[in-house]
Design a binder for this molecule. Structure first.
Ligand SMILES: [Zn+2]
Length: 62
């Protein structure tokens, strides 16, 4: 039996720097999976995963 997810909608990944959801998967490196933000050129393994319907939490850059 499969575990069902209680939430509807797909998950979206957001950039931790500019909060954009224009992230592309770059591949797996030593540090793990790496994503690339098309808006601010952020590259890293840390991204914010959120529901599409939910607004992303406000972020501070510094
Ligand atoms: Zn970005």
């Amino acid at each position: 039996m499969r575990h069902r997810r209680p939430r509807k909608g797909k998950r979206v990944l957001r950039c931790p720097q500019c909060n954009s959801d224009h992230l592309v998967y770059e591949g797996a490196l030593i540090m793990g999976q790496v994503y690339h933000c098309l808006d601010c050129d952020y590259i890293g393994s840390f991204v914010i995963e959120t529901d599409e319907a939910e607004p992303a939490p406000p972020l501070k850059t510094e």
